[in-house]
Unconditional design. Structure first.
Length: 505
């Protein structure tokens, strides 16, 4: 079973570390009342990556380390500058599946190889406050690096590492840094020991996405930039979805939908004979993500509605039944989703997106200036949206109207994403369309969420009645959902008028 720790740290080097004099005096750092030596640990770590260093290119490190208090396998995933999630697994001879699955979207079928060995003598000190509570751990690391792939090479250096204590205030690191800078140190140029080892042992530079050259100039440039960004989002969100982090499924589903819709909206730029099969696969993935996401939305909505209800109107074990119902559905949908992410079909989709970006099937319009091409695509989508909204508003309340509203919502999304892709080329007018259609999408989405919530409430009421419980509260919540749906429909008229004005650009 893997353990997860949020790691917030900074690395320093300079005359003090180079001279081997150890840690500067940190007793004068505000809030520090003691610097306690914890002794020296001998650490031996082997880092793994692919032959072309796909993990290093994404600032991901995977190592097997012995020595110290946390011997085992460590996978570090970047969160932001100086912040990483460190995922631990017990020592074993091979890389644990719990860790390789988290980097599968990066590795695909590539083999993991030992690339660098780092042996470090770590002199650890704890910075504590007047109660003895740990504020940060500061260590002097004397490192010897040995390259294990691409020939032989070695390097050695000394660095100071300061890691914030769990749940500590990141501002404390600024106070420590002030003292370190005053002592003549400076921030390390390398974000990690592995990055420095790769650079100083002469290892081949990690494979990276080519640095952008000239700004996008053609319609094709702009569309491909948007497609590339969504492809990257899919790959980057994969570990978060597997870890069941908040909102990860939703964000991955949005990236999938953005890709699918933009490929359709800009079919004048990219050949549909190539992109339509891709769109089918993206639709499949979005559908697989839907079960997990829809469950999140319904549970959150019903929980909030129940919280808002006076206690006197909560009849029976409503909260417990909602929790049990949600957990049962979440467990099943989650198992299914992980099977999808572990499957070949998903890997083939990622490979197809890579191929689309690297060798795009450009049509004649792709080489034209972007303004006319992209404006035409956005307006075309908006006209289709206009017809669907009119159809939905013209129907009487009921299932047929709900279905028509759902179709209008999907078209609002497509129009919004087409406008988003056009913003770098068209500026404020496209941004206004994206914003107004997002408002429409939200209103139409709230209506669809209410439809799903009412279906769930009927199911919960049936289960409650079968168990001999009162269904009063479920009926009350159902009525609230009906009123909210009616209010959303009333707000739609105003939002639609604004969207029509913004679309006339």
């Amino acid at each position: 079973m893997a353990d997860i720790k949020r790691e917030i740290e900074r690395k320093y080097e300079g005359p003090t570390t180079g001279g081997g004099t150890g840690l500067p005096d940190l007793t004068k750092v505000s809030g520090v009342t003691g610097v306690i030596g914890k002794g020296v640990s001998e650490l031996d770590a082997t880092y793994y990556d692919t032959a072309d260093q796909l993990l290093a290119a994404a600032s991901i490190t995977l190592r097997r380390r012995t020595g110290g208090a946390d011997a085992g396998w460590h996978l570090k995933l970047p969160v932001s500058e100086g912040v990483r999630d460190e995922i631990h697994a017990p020592l074993s001879d091979t890389v644990p599946h719990a860790l390789t699955s988290l980097v599968r979207s990066r590795l695909r079928d590539a083999e993991l190889l030992p690339v660098v060995r780092l042996r470090s003598s770590r002199d650890v000190h704890h910075l504590v406050d007047d109660s003895g509570a740990l504020l940060a751990e500061a260590s002097v690391d004397r490192v010897r690096a040995e390259r294990l792939s691409d020939g032989k090479g070695s390097a050695q250096w000394t660095e100071i590492e300061v890691e914030l204590a769990d749940d500590g205030d990141p501002a404390f690191l600024d106070k420590v840094e002030k003292k370190l800078l005053k002592a003549g140190l400076h921030r390390s140029a390398s974000p990690s020991k592995l990055a420095r080892a790769l650079a100083e042992t002469g290892a081949a530079a990690p494979a990276r996405t080519p640095a952008p050259g000239k700004p996008p100039a053609t319609a094709g440039d702009h569309v491909l930039a948007y497609v590339r960004a969504q492809r990257d989002a899919l790959v980057e969100l994969d570990p978060a979805v597997r870890r069941d982090l908040p909102d990860a499924v939703h964000r991955m589903r949005v990236a999938t939908r953005r890709l699918r819709n933009v490929l359709r909206s800009y079919d004048g730029v990219l050949d549909r004979t190539v992109t339509d099969p891709l769109r089918d696969e993206l639709k499949w993935l979005a559908g697989e993500l839907a079960g997990e996401r829809d469950q999140e939305v319904i549970t959150r909505r019903l929980t909030a509605s129940l919280d808002d209800l006076p206690k006197a109107l909560r009849s029976g074990p409503v909260r417990n039944r909602l929790r049990t119902w949600s957990q049962a559905r979440h467990s099943g949908s989650r198992r299914s989703l992980i099977e999808v992410l572990d499957g070949r079909r998903y890997l083939y989709l990622l490979a197809a997106l890579d191929a689309l970006v690297s060798d795009p099937p450009l049509r004649k319009a792709a080489g034209k200036k972007p303004a006319k091409v992209m404006r035409k695509a956005v307006r075309k989508d908006f006209e289709k949206l206009k017809d669907l909204v009119a159809e939905a508003r013209g129907l009487p309340p009921g299932e047929e109207r709900d279905l028509a509203t759902h179709e209008a919502r999907k078209k609002a999304k497509r129009t919004r994403y087409a406008a988003e892709a056009a913003v770098p080329a068209l500026g404020k007018p496209a941004q206004s369309v994206a914003k107004s259609t997002k408002t429409l999408q939200k209103l139409l989405g709230d209506h669809q969420d209410s439809v799903m919530a009412r279906d769930a409430l009927r199911d919960l009421a049936d289960k409650a009645q079968a168990a001999g419980e009162s269904s009063f509260t479920y009926g009350l919540l159902y009525g609230r959902e009906e009123r909210q749906a009616a209010a959303d429909e009333s707000a739609l008229a105003k939002a639609w008028k604004k969207a029509e004005r913004k679309a006339a650009f």
